[in-house]
Each structure stands twice: as structure tokens, then as C-alpha cells.
Design a protein around this ligand. Structure first.
Ligand SMILES: [Zn+2]
Length: 870
């Protein structure tokens, strides 16, 4: 049969496949141009009359098939060669081309850093690549698809003073004329195009002395002393995964590179992992413990991809969740084994799980296995659904089978499919082989169906409960998803061990529980991806059970989160949340506090423009709740465990937000001693101290913080100062700051700098005014409709909450174009939900605060001795 015809936009025809590339690029890093050639050996699987491959924005200058010139045609982003090809033939297609660097941080692009040389600041330019998912085709013609592996022989021609890195070790360097050299890398094992990495520039490195193969961390030479922490983690990660996966890391070296500009936290290029500089370069002594955890999580994530993603690759991008969800889970599993005090799975419950449940409750969500209709869909897949929901499905399966059996299945999957491409069903079948349990049929529903269920528990007589499910949608008025059904693992915790384990496959079912007392909690340890709703009385009883030690940390986190989100969506009253939490002032766990305080802030946000004192009521509630711990939170010690340190940090930060006078006094003193006497501040407290000084400060404090930002040698200190500058309560100070952001910051820092304004009412309205008044300058700075522009618009609209603001948004964006449509639509939907929430629960909450906090209409007990408007 002869293959011919039109080309599908998304996937290349499968009648031919590449077996190797010899790629030569001559790169001018400063002028941002390059030219090169690629020789691709292509195996013909079926008789056919054309070969097609991906090529985007390249100037093709010539092509040969074997020794003979061949003509080509350009069809959208494809190169097509028409000729007769015979089955089982191996043909050699060579193409000459030239290209320009990408203007954005994608494909092949320029980055830079400055160094001081002979008392002068000099800029050093760097060329770097980022190909995932589909930007390799913008650098050289190729079969740009994850299932099309081939061996790579890469040759770079660069200025002789520069270092060139790629996936493999250098085989030889040959000096050329005019100050250039040719760097020839060893041939790679077969790998997909998106994992090719190139880096050219002046870099320094530190190298491991302990590892089985060379491990190096590279950076701008001025920052190399901050690379040691990453190197230590890299060694630990490689050793841990080799043991766990029972397969040695397959390449002869592993390089980690900190790049000044990089679009992601990290990217797992085979043997050459790239990171955004600040993700892995830290000064162990001055960085916060949170930051150290983030460095570890990112490094363990990327290293795990060297097996899960690189050794075994996805068939196509619709399965992105599989590699990302697994890498997240694997990094936490590794950290939990090596550094258990960090409690990564509890961190996951508070942050990743909640973010993904929130995103997945919107009607605009998508299934974990993504429907892909366009190239744009492939790029849009990198969201909390693919990563965090993907990961929570892995959490569910690992718990269901038991971690040891799950890992046995993973080892089988990695060895069975080494150097091949897979889908999720390949993993399910390996898990079945080792466990005898058919996880696949349940999991296929979870990956193909968007959303998740709300599980409602109704208490009947004689210890019977009725459990029913319905899709959880954050907008309670939406009913169109009523026929959704999920297979749910309903684990029920009681005082009797072990817990009940039920697989609910229907809309509703009645269960009889054997209870020793009046206690039970559905979704024990919060393993299942759903929210559970109880009766009002049951929430109060569960609150009591939390105090009595009947609930695990995971249960307490889950209970709070479920309760707050069910209230937000109108499934239960917001009072249930306060009834549940009000008894927990003795809580000792940092992550439970993180969850509680995040939830309180979320509720507070909704009432930020409501003049009925609910905002201040929540502050008072918080002060009552954590008041006993405030003094302890100020007394930090080097000897504190990671957990205690976390606990103190959370309480301290909440104390600053709710205006605790002790915290404010402490912050002002520490700030004075830092600025006047040059004393250092604790890295874990520094951010809060700066923000607190700003929140209760004026012009003088503004100038001091600006000075710190501009003069700090340490990036962490500069960042803490920058993000505090948006916390000032006076509109004219904020206006000055916004002007500074526009005039002086570079593109990638704008969003970060603006984020602090979203956290207070004056900031929110100032930000909104700024967006409208400076619309043109903002667009010019960020590029109209660019990814950063859209993110900035989103940040400016995120916390708006009133009907008037909704009208203003609608009229302002009426003529701003389709590119903002999705962002604006979500903003309007959010406001609707907030308005409904205020109308539904506002007066009930006011009444509840009156009874429980003893405040009269007007002002909630004012904080003594504190003048807020300085
Ligand atoms: Zn990843």
C-alpha cells in the first residue's frame, strides 16, 4: 500500500520514522543567529511517496536525498519531500537551514548575566534551549513527536572562549579559524526531540566526588558558591532512584544548569537538566527553609524524569499528566524517605491537592488525559490539572495497592518499556501484573472524565449512613453535570481499626457502620480526590473529634479544606467552618494551621469590600484562635526542628496579617536593628518583617525598603523587599511603586512585584486603576496579549469582588480583543460567586460573630496601642 495524502496538523504519519540525527549548528550567541545542517537517517516502514517532518520559522537552504539534491515544499509548519520510498529502506535526508533566536524564552533563545571586570559591569550572553513540548521544530527540521526516538550526534561551532554543553559528554574539540571551535558530542542513545538540550556561554561548575558517574552543577561564575546545596541533592537523588527503580541511570553523565532566564522551574532534558537560576542556587545560610524544600522538590522531580519520561516516554502529549503527576509523586516519596521531617505529603495536601480541586471544580476544567485538537492545546496542558490532579490520582493508586506493591509495578513498567513510548494503560497493566488488582477500569474513568465528586453523607437510624455522589461544581447553580459517576474509594475512619474500605460505583448506597462511639470520618487520610459534605451537627462533632486526637493530621487538613470549599460553593453554611475550627486553638501541626489560615484568608477575601465588619471579625476570630501561640512564634532558635520552625513561621505570618500588636512591635524592632545596626534577620522571618513594616508604614519605610531592594547583594533579600513594597496602605505610595515597576523592572519580575497588592483592599483597587490608566504602557512593556500580559491582567482582576467592579470590567474589556476573553470571563464568574456568597451568608456570619466574638455593630474590639494609619 502506498501512503500519500494530506498531513494531519497534530501528528506525523507513521509510515516513516527517524533512526538517527547528525546535527551541526554554528551559533552566534551575541547576534542571535545560527545556521546548520541536519542529516537524518529515516527508516521506511511502508511503501510511500512522501516524507514529512516538522519545521517552523526556519529558512531552508538546500536538501539532499542520499547524494542527490531533492526539492521540498513548505506546508504550514511542515517540510514535505515527494519521492518514491520502498518498504524496509533506510534513507539519508540532509537539510541545510538557518534561523534566528526566539524573542521569547523558548526554542533557542538568548539569556545573559552581568559580571564585574576591571571595575566595570559587563554583560555575558548565553544561548539556551527549551524544546518541550513542540519547539524543537523551531530550531532544526525534525520529527518533533515524543514517540519518535532517534540517536543524536550533535556538533556545535561556537566562539572558542565559550563552553558548550549538550545531552552527552564532549568527544572532542577542534580549533577552527577566526576564534571559533567545533565541539563534537558523543552519540546519544535514542531519545525524543523534546529532550534535546543545548547550552553555550561562560559557565563555571562544581562536581560531585561521590557519585557513580560525573554529576555537575553549572552556573554564572559569580554564583557558583550557591550551587553546592543543589549538588548535594543531585547526588542523593541519583543514588535514591537507582536503588528504587533497580535500573542504573542510563547516560554517562548528568549535568544541572542554572540559567538566568528560563521559562519553567526546571526541565528534564536527558542528561542536561535546566533550571531557572533562583530555583536551585541558594545560599544555605540566608535562604528560608521553605526555599530549601522547593529546591529539593524541583531537583527530585527532574531527576525522576530521567527514568519516568526519558527512559520511558509518553506516546503523545494527551498523556502529559502521566509523567508530570508521577514525577511530583516520586519526588515527594523520595523526600519523605530521605528527609521525613519535611513531610512532603502533608505539604501536598495543603497546596497541590487544594489547587487542583479548586481548578477542577470550575466548569472550564478538562480531563486529566487531555483532549487535544490543536497545537495550542498541547502548550496549554501544563496546568494544575495535569500536574497536581495527575499526582493525586497516583497518590490514590499507590495507597490502594500499598506503596511497596505500587513501586514493584513501577519497576516492572520501567524495565518492560525502557526506550519505548507508552500510555497510562501500560502502567495499569504492570500494576495488575504485580497486584492482581484491576486498577485500570476505575482509573480510566478518573483520567478520561473531567471534575470530581462531592460525596454527601446522610445519617440514618441504627448507625446506617447513606453515601451519595454528584459532580462538585463551584457554582452551585450549575446542574448540567448531574449524570456524572465516579468510582470512589470510600475509606471510613472510626475509632475501631482498620478503617472501612468501600468502592462506591453507583449514585448512592447505604452502609452500616459498627461504631464504638459517635465518631466516623469519610475519606480517611484524605486519599480520595473528592470533597465530603456532612450535616451541620456532624461538622461540630468532627471539630470536637479533632481536639480529642481521633483524626490524623491529613484528616484535619482535609476536613478544614472540604468544609471551607463546600461553604464557598453554597453546599453548606459558612458557619459550619467557624464552628469546626473554633475549638482548635490548641492545634500543634504547622500544616493544619497553614490550611486553616489559608481558608480564613479565602473567606476574608470575599468580604474584603463588604462594609459589615466581617473582614475585621475574621481577624478577631484568628487572633482569638492563635493568640496563645504568638509569643512562642517570636522565640525562634537554631535548635528548632523543621516542624517546629514551620509552626512558628505560620503563626507569625498569620499574626502579622491579622494585626497582632505583639507581632507588629517585634517586626518594627527587628527592622530597626536590621537597617540601623546592620544586624541580620532570620531568613524565615525576613519576608514577614518587611511586609509588616510596609503594611503599617509610610513614606519613610517605603524609602528604606526600596533602598534594601536596590542595594541587596543577596537575591532572597531583594525579593523579600520587592514583594513587600506593594503592601503599603496609602494609594499615593502604591502609585509610585507601580510607576517604578513599569519604568525599572524587567518583564519577568513584574508579576512578582505586583502580587503583594492583591492582598489588601487599597492595593486591589489601586491595581485595577493602574491597569486601566496605564493600559498602553503596560501592553507595550509586556507585549500585547503575551503570556505575561495575560497573567498580569489576571492578577489585577483576581480579587475584585463587587457588582460595580464587575460592570467596570465588562465595559473596559469590551474592545480589548479575544486574547483576554478567558481571563475576563473567569474574573466575572469569580465575582458572581463572591456576590452570591456575601448575599447567602453575610448576615448569618455577622450574627455568628456577634454571639461568638462579642462585638457590637460598628467596630470589632479595636487593637490597643496601634495606630494603623501612620
Ligand atoms: Zn516535570
Amino acid at each position: 500500500m502506498t501512503k500519500s495524502g494530506t498531513i494531519n496538523d497534530l501528528q506525523l504519519p507513521e509510515h516513516v520514522r527517524p533512526s538517527s540525527y547528525t546535527l551541526q549548528l554554528k551559533v552566534d550567541v551575541e547576534k542571535q543567529i545560527y545556521d546548520g545542517s541536519v542529516l537524518i537517517k529515516i527508516f521506511i516502514y511502508e511503501d510511500c511517496d512522501f516524507i514529512v517532518l516538522n519545521s517552523s520559522n526556519l529558512e531552508v537552504q538546500g536538501a539532499r536525498l542520499g547524494n542527490k539534491p531533492i526539492s521540498w515544499s513548505v506546508d504550514r509548519e511542515f517540510l514535505r519531500f515527494d519521492s518514491k520510498f520502498t518498504k524496509n529502506e533506510l534513507v539519508e535526508l540532509s537539510i541545510e537551514f538557518a534561523g534566528k533566536f526566539n524573542d521569547h524564552i523558548a526554542g533557542l533563545y538568548q539569556s545573559s548575566y552581568t559580571i564585574e571586570e576591571e571595575n566595570e559591569e559587563k554583560t555575558r550572553y548565553v544561548a539556551a534551549t527549551h524544546f518541550e513540548p513542540i519547539d524543537c521544530r523551531t530550531v532544526f527540521p525534525c520529527f518533533d513527536q515524543p514517540d519518535m526516538r532517534a540517536e543524536f550526534e550533535i556538533i556545535l561551532i561556537v566562539k572558542s572562549e565559550l563552553t558548550a554543553l549538550s545531552n552527552m559528554e564532549v568527544e572532542k574539540e577542534i580549533a577552527l579559524e577566526n576564534g571559533f571551535k567545533q565541539v563534537v558530542f558523543k552519540r546519544s542513545p535514542p531519545m525524543p526531540t523534546y529532550l534535546v538540550g543545548l547550552l553555550i556561554g561562560q559557565f563555571d561548575y562544581v562536581e560531585s566526588k561521590l557519585s557513580r558517574i560525573p554529576i555537575r552543577v553549572w552556573s554564572d561564575p559569580g554564583k557558583i558558591n550557591k550551587a553546592l546545596y543543589a549538588l548535594e541533592l543531585a547526588e542523593a537523588a541519583l543514588e535514591f532512584y537507582e536503588k528504587q527503580f533497580k535500573i542504573n541511570y542510563p547516560l554517562p553523565k548528568l549535568d544541572f544548569v542554572a540559567i538566568p532566564d528560563f521559562p519553567k522551574l526546571g526541565m528534564e532534558n536527558f542528561g542536561l537538566i535546566f533550571f531557572k537560576e533562583e530555583t536551585i542556587l541558594v545560599d544555605r545560610d540566608t535562604t528560608s527553609t521553605n526555599n530549601k524544600y522547593e529546591v529539593a522538590a524541583t531537583i527530585f522531580h527532574e531527576v525522576s524524569h530521567q527514568w519516568f519520561g526519558n527512559l520511558v516516554t509518553l506516546k503523545f502529549w494527551d498523556s502529559l499528566w502521566l509523567k508530570e503527576g508521577f514525577a511530583d509523586w516520586m519526588s515527594w516519596y523520595a523526600i519523605d524517605s530521605l528527609y521525613p521531617e519535611w513531610k512532603p505529603f502533608q505539604n501536598y495536601l495543603v497546596y497541590d491537592l487544594q489547587n487542583s480541586l479548586t481548578a477542577d471544580a470550575l466548569s472550564t476544567t478538562h480531563s486529566v488525559e487531555m483532549p487535544i485538537a490543536s497545537l495550542e492545546d498541547i502548550k496549554q496542558g501544563y496546568d494544575s490539572i495535569s500536574y497536581a490532579k495527575g499526582c493525586s490520582l497516583i497518590v490514590m493508586v499507590a495507597k490502594w495497592l500499598g506503596v511497596d506493591i505500587f513501586m514493584e509495578g513501577v519497576v516492572k513498567y520501567l524495565s518492560t518499556f525502557s526506550w519505548k513510548a507508552t500510555t497510562a494503560s501500560d502502567l495499569w497493566s504492570c500494576l495488575y501484573d504485580v497486584s492482581g488488582i484491576d486498577v485500570g477500569s476505575a482509573m480510566e474513568v478518573w483520567i478520561k472524565q473531567a471534575g470530581f465528586p462531592k460525596v454527601t453523607v446522610e445519617e440514618l437510624d441504627d448507625n446506617k449512613i447513606k453515601i451519595s455522589q454528584r459532580r462538585f461544581i463551584s457554582n452551585p447553580t450549575v446542574t448540567e453535570y448531574d449524570d456524572y459517576l465516579f468510582p470512589i474509594f470510600v475509606n471510613i475512619r472510626t475509632t475501631k481499626e482498620p478503617s472501612y474500605q468501600i468502592l462506591l460505583k453507583s449514585k448512592e448506597e447505604i452502609f452500616e457502620l459498627e461504631l464504638e462511639d459517635d465518631f466516623f470520618k469519610v475519606n480517611s487520610d484524605q486519599v480520595g480526590f473528592y470533597r465530603t459534605a456532612y450535616s451541620e451537627e456532624r461538622w461540630t462533632k468532627l471539630g470536637l473529634a479533632g481536639v480529642q486526637g481521633k483524626l490524623s493530621v491529613e484528616d484535619r487538613i482535609g476536613l478544614l479544606a472540604d468544609c471551607a470549599k463546600l461553604a464557598e460553593s453554597g453546599y453548606i453554611s459558612t458557619i459550619c467552618f467557624f464552628e469546626l475550627l473554633k475549638q482548635w486553638s490548641c492545634e500543634k501541626d504547622a500544616y493544619v494551621w497553614d490550611e486553616a489560615i489559608n481558608d480564613l484568608f479565602d473567606i476574608q477575601d470575599v468580604f474584603i469590600f463588604d462594609n459589615g465588619n466581617i473582614f475585621e471579625g475574621i481577624n478577631q476570630f484568628m487572633r482569638n484562635l492563635i493568640g496563645n501561640h504568638i509569643q512562642a512564634s517570636l522565640e525562634i532558635s537554631q535548635k528548632d526542628s523543621y516542624e517546629l520552625n514551620n509552626f512558628k513561621k505560620t503563626i507569625f505570618s498569620a499574626g502579622y496579617s491579622n494585626g497582632d500588636p505583639l507581632v507588629i512591635k517585634y517586626c518594627r524592632e527587628k527592622f530597626a536593628s536590621f537597617t540601623h545596626d546592620g544586624n541580620t534577620v532570620n531568613a524565615d522571618q525576613r519576608g514577614v518583617i518587611f511586609k509588616c513594616v510596609a503594611k503599617y508604614g509610610g513614606q519613610e519605610e517605603y524609602e528604606r525598603l526600596m533602598e534594601i531592594y536596590e542595594e541587596a547583594d543577596d537575591d532572597d533579600i531583594a525579593d523579600d523587599a520587592l514583594v513587600s513594597l506593594g503592601r503599603f496602605p496609602k494609594p499615593d505610595i502604591l502609585q509610585n511603586f507601580l510607576q517604578f515597576v513599569l519604568d525599572s523592572l524587567n518583564e519577568q519580575d513584574v508579576l512578582f512585584a505586583l502580587s503583594a497588592l492583591k492582598n489588601h483592599s487599597t492595593g486591589i483597587t489601586t491595581l485595577w486603576r493602574f491597569l486601566r490608566n496605564d493600559w498602553e504602557s503596560i501592553a507595550e512593556k509586556l507585549g500585547y496579549g503575551s503570556e505575561t500580559h495575560i497573567k498580569v491582567v489576571n492578577a489585577c482582576l483576581l480579587r475584585l469582588a463587587t457588582r460595580d467592579q464587575k460592570d467596570e470590567i465588562e465595559s473596559f474589556f469590551a474592545d480589548k480583543g479575544e486574547v483576554f476573553e478567558k481571563t475576563v470571563r473567569s474574573a466575572l464568574e469569580r465575582i458572581d460567586l463572591k456576590v452570591q456568597w456575601v448575599e447567602r451568608d453575610g448576615s448569618k456570619l455577622r450574627e455568628w460573630f456577634k454571639t461568638n466574638l462579642h462585638y457590637s455593630d460598628g467596630i470589632v474590639s479595636k487593637v490597643e496601642g496601634l495606630s494603623i494609619d501612620k
